[in-house]
Each structure stands twice: as C-alpha cells, then as structure tokens.
Design a protein around this ligand. Structure first.
Ligand code: SF4
Length: 371
C-alpha cells in the first residue's frame, strides 16, 4: 500500500470554516486572508491547507506541528508583559512563500515538495488540552506563531476563547496579510498582534506572495481595533535596507502612532536566499537611527544579542531612563511601575504591563522550553 501523503495526513484534521462566504454552484470564497480565494469543489486555496470539499470550505483544526513555552521577547514583543512565558503553537502552511523564511519546512508544507516530511511533526490536541498545558507551565500568554496564523484563525479562536476565560492573553505572530473581516472576527480574542512589514516595495511584496497596501492597512486597523501592535522588519541587505525604504517604513508607522514599537532584526542566509550576507550590526544601527529620527518612541534591534548597544532595552521617551534592560530574550532589569509608567518622570509607557512589577522574572536563560 502506498504511504500517506502530507495531504492525506492533514485533510482529515479540519473542520468547516467560518471565515467563508458561500457562492453559487458549490463555490466558496474564503476571507481568512487577503488572497480571498474563490474555490470550486475540489480546489485548494493558495495556502493549500484550506480546501473546498463538496461545496464546504474546510479549515485546519485539532493539531499542532510545534508547541513550546517561549519567552514573549522571542516573538518578539517588547511591550507586552516583559519576562512572561508564552505557550507558542504552530501548524503547517502559509499564504506567502518568502525565499528567506526561517520556518520554511513547516510554513511551506504542501507548497514546496521539500516540506513533505513536515507531517512527522503533527500532534493531535484539543483547545482544552492546550489551555491546561499553558496553565500547568505558568504561561501567561498563548501565541499562534511559527507558521502564518491567519490561515488557521478558526482554530486559534477556538483555543483563545477558553484561554481568555482562564485568564490568559492571546497573541498572533503574523505576516499581516489580513482582511478587515478576519481582524474584526479576531478582535474579541486577540490582545497582541505582531506584524511583519517586510518592505515598502509592492513589487517585492508580490514576489513574496502578497501586496504592500494590505499589510499597511492591517497594521492600521489592528491598532484602531485596540490590539497591541508591534511591527518587525527583517532587514535584508540589498532587499529592503536602503535609507529611502527604511525612512518610508518608519514614517508610515509614525503616521499611525509613534508608540508602535519597531523591531529591525538581522537576517541570516537561509532557505532559498543563501547568497545574501547576514545583516551587520552596523546596518541595524542605521535602520534604528532612521526609526528614531522619524519620531518612533521605541525602536529595537534584534537577532544580534549583545552587539547593538542599548537597542535591546526600553527607554522612557520623555526622560530617557532605562526602563527594561535586556540581553537577547533575557530581562536583566525591570523598572516600569505597576501603573505602567516611568518611575523617574511619571511618563505613561505605551504597552501591556504587569501590575506586579516585583514578580517580573529577571536573569534566567530565556530559551524556549519544549513540552
Ligand atoms: S487562508 Fe488565504 S490563501 Fe488560504 S484559502 Fe483562505 S484566502 Fe486563500
């Protein structure tokens, strides 16, 4: 008997989608992401993991391909309960096909034949088990990450609902290729949204599988809906690191709110982009200087721990007091008051902060823990 394909393994792990509009002749239109695929019976969406079965859109449900307890700084979120642990789950598939994806083996499942073996990571699990697991491990947050969470939003919402009832906060780590409908659907559950702003060139976005304006609009709408938004740009030499493009990104974020944290992080050669050199600390410093000069209050440099001066720390935008000291994912010092303010000048610091600052975990390893 022939061995099972990845699709054979994944297709049964689905439920009827809710982020869908029924059309005529058994066709459906998915709006879980901005591709808005219109699918006839038997067709798969661009993400490949959602598909029309006999006139019904099926959406992934009931499994993870990875789950770990990670420091929230790894997502990265710097203004969302620093030092807290996040039970982080991932599934398989993506709506983009970035040639520099660090998680390509799981994200490109069903899209890149080289990912066929990713099925071995599948573990079936229920929302109840995941929430219990988070509580047992003292995680304060559940994060949907590793692959693109938008394409499995029904699954995420079914975990986040009991998660929030149990007192957990919920976040997405996403490419931001979202429809307004999916953001509105997620709004009751989603406390934090980390969005990649990969570049300011629509042509480059098209090469990755999306369009620029959708992502710009999603950043704005998520912010307006009250989610805590942090934006990450993986700075890639000769792809998005010109001064002009960095200025454009920073100015756009300032136009929404100067309080949106902007992370400029270092690229390392990976997947199909092996010939581009890693991003130097000097390039990150230049990008951060641009962000600060543009008026952003909080700019961070990532993926080069210990090499970027104070760009891993949080400073008060009013008096420059160092409020959170970090080395990589490890919190070395925490000085934000229980009211979320600077202890020196009283300036309110934008973000989601603990009301028990004395309980913030400092020191330690800051590495993910497998479960
Ligand atoms: S999630 Fe996006 S790519 Fe997948 S079927 Fe829906 S609209 Fe298409």
């Amino acid at each position: 008997m022939a061995s099972k394909t990845l699709a054979d393994l994944l297709d049964p792990l689905t439920k009827p989608a809710r982020l869908v509009e029924k059309l005529d002749k058994g066709r459906v239109r998915c709006f879980a992401c901005a591709h808005r695929c219109t699918l006839k019976p038997g067709q798969r969406g661009i993400c490949k993991v959602r598909f029309n079965q006999d006139g019904e859109l099926r959406a992934p449900w009931g499994y993870v391909s990875a789950y770990n307890v990670d420091p929230i700084e790894k997502k990265p979120f710097m203004h969302f309960l620093p030092g807290a642990d996040a039970l982080t789950i991932g599934m398989l598939g993506c709506n983009f096909h970035c040639d520099f994806c660090q998680n390509w083996f799981t994200s490109q499942a069903l899209r890149d034949p080289a990912s066929e073996g990713s099925g071995r990571y599948i573990q079936t699990v229920t929302p109840k088990e995941l929430v219990a697991n988070a509580l047992r491990n003292n995680a304060e947050i559940i994060a949907s990450s590793y692959n693109e969470p938008l394409i499995t939003s029904e699954w995420a919402m079914d975990i986040f609902k009991p998660g929030k009832e149990a007192g957990l906060r919920c976040v997405y780590v996403s490419d931001g290729y979202a429809t307004p409908e999916v953001l509105h659907a997620l709004q009751p559950y989603l406390d934090g949204f980390k969005i990649d702003l990969k570049c300011m060139s629509n042509q480059h976005y098209r090469e990755l599988g999306g369009t620029l304006q959708v992502v710009l609009d999603a950043i704005k709408l998520a912010h307006e809906l009250g989610m805590w938004v942090e934006v990450v740009t993986l700075v890639i030499p000769d792809f998005n690191d010109s001064n002009e493009e960095l200025w454009e990104m920073a100015r756009y974020l300032v136009s929404i709110s100067p309080d949106i944290p902007w992370h400029v992080t270092a690229f390392y050669p990976t997947y199909k982009r092996q010939d581009t050199p890693a991003t130097s600390a000097r390039i990150l410093q230049r990008a951060a200087d641009i962000g600060q000069e543009a008026g952003l209050h909080y700019v961070y440099a990532g993926n080069r721990p210990g090499r970027v001066g104070s760009l891993e720390d949080t400073h008060c935008p009013s008096c420059n007091t160092k409020l959170v000291e970090r080395s990589g994912y490890v919190i070395q010092g925490y000085h934000i008051t229980a009211e979320g303010a600077c202890p020196k000048c009283g300036e309110k610091i934008a973000g989601v902060w603990t009301d028990k600052p004395e309980s913030v975990h400092t020191g330690g390893w800051g590495f993910p823990r497998s479960l």
